[in-house]
Design a protein around this ligand. Structure first.
Ligand SMILES: CC1=C(CCC(=O)O)c2cc3nc(cc4[nH]c(cc5[nH]c(cc1n2)c(C)c5CCC(=O)O)c(CCC(=O)O)c4C)C(CCC(=O)O)=C3C
Ligand SMILES: [Fe+2]
Length: 314
């Protein structure tokens, strides 16, 4: 190794994580529940949802792997090979966030940027990822900076608006008749008391995508709320579809703006559950194609990482 070789800046690419196999669902669910094992009924419910979408591989694992590899290639081409080195860190599965940071330290990395594979900031989502990454970076002596959000990055908005146009074409409606239903993962309603930017950022992404796609009729709804006994943000997508059906709406394009990958919340909660609910009410439901390793999305991530490395915080 040459003493003059430039040290790479580490990029910790963080995502929710998914089980390795159906046998791993219990351990995964227990981790999400902060060490409390789910009841037999809860485990059966989650396992059966995975069974409905998993054909051997868990789609989120494949897609996160693909996104990390594609981001590495994008950073190589924008900044030159060897400038950035991407590592994966998952919230609820191996390799965990701490494993990713430790792997960087083992490779001699002393400076790192963290970015999460979701565009909007919430203290309960991105904030939680970053706290764990920062703590491990402190332990490992790595100088760490976070990309907090990229919910209005022009490349993200453009990529999503192209998918909205695509989806509207599939629906075959006139632009005036189509209703675009933006959606995102609900959170416990207590975030409203914390002045959390999550809901505002989701609405800002939705409005920017609608504008870029020339869509006038759009609404925002929550989806995938948990069953915790506490109130979660609503209305839920099923309640929204019920109301739209009463209003005579015949077709909707569901556009998840807080998710960037095909996974359970998209392939089950929208494609199976919400679609069945819509079908029963005479509403035709389509969904945009998810971003996965879309080149424009990769550019939005790479540009945000390079910006943070150069001192920009979002
Ligand atoms: C904000 C947010 C995002 C988006 C931002 C981000 O991506 O980070 C997200 C994404 C995801 N959530 C996922 C899966 C699950 N989330 C659960 C539970 C929870 N989610 C929460 C929040 C979020 N979740 C919260 C507050 C809970 C309650 C427990 C807790 O306080 O943490 C449960 C438990 C059972 C259930 O409630 O269904 C599961 C199985 C998967 C992976 C799917 C796959 O494997 O394909 C993904 C991408
Ligand atoms: Fe979740």
């Amino acid at each position: 190794m040459s003493v003059t070789a430039k040290k790479a800046i580490g990029v910790l690419v963080m995502s929710y994580g998914t089980p390795e196999s159906l046998d791993g669902v219990e351990a995964y669910y227990t981790h999400i529940r902060r060490g409390h094992p789910p009841s037999a009924e809860q485990l059966e419910d989650l396992t059966s949802r995975y069974q409905a979408i998993v054909g051997g591989v868990f789609p989120l694992r494949e897609n996160t792997n693909g996104q990390v590899a594609a981001l590495q290639r994008t950073l190589d081409s924008l900044a030159g090979e060897g400038t950035y080195a991407c590592y994966q860190g998952l919230k609820h599965a191996s390799p965990y966030i701490e494993d990713g940071v430790a792997a960087m330290a083992a490779a001699g990395i002393t400076e790192a940027i963290g970015i999460v594979l979701t565009p909007q900031y919430s203290a309960m989502s991105v904030g939680g990822y970053m706290k764990r990454a920062q703590e491990e970076a402190d332990k490992q002596g790595i100088a760490f900076k976070a990309v907090q959000e990229y919910h209005l990055h022009p490349q993200l908005i453009d990529a999503l608006s192209k998918r909205v146009n695509d989806g509207l074409e599939r629906l075959g409606d006139s632009r005036e008749d189509s209703l675009v239903l933006f959606s995102a993962h609900s959170l416990p309603a207590k975030i409203l008391e914390m002045n959390d930017p999550y809901a505002d950022q989701l609405l800002a992404t939705s409005a920017a995508v609608a504008k870029a796609a020339g869509v006038e009729k759009w609404q925002f709804t929550w989806q995938s709320a948990g069953q915790t006994g506490q109130p979660w943000l609503g209305p839920d997508i099923l309640e929204t579809l019920e109301r739209l059906s009463a209003e005579g709406v015949k077709s909707v394009l569901v556009t998840p703006v807080g998710f960037v990958s095909d996974h359970l919340e998209v392939l089950y909660d929208i494609d199976i559950e919400a679609r069945k609910f819509a079908d029963a009410r005479g509403i035709r439901l389509e969904r945009i194609r998810m971003l996965n390793d879309d080149p424009q999305y990769m550019n939005a991530l790479a540009d945000s990482v390079i910006g943070a490395a150069n001192g920009r915080t979002n």
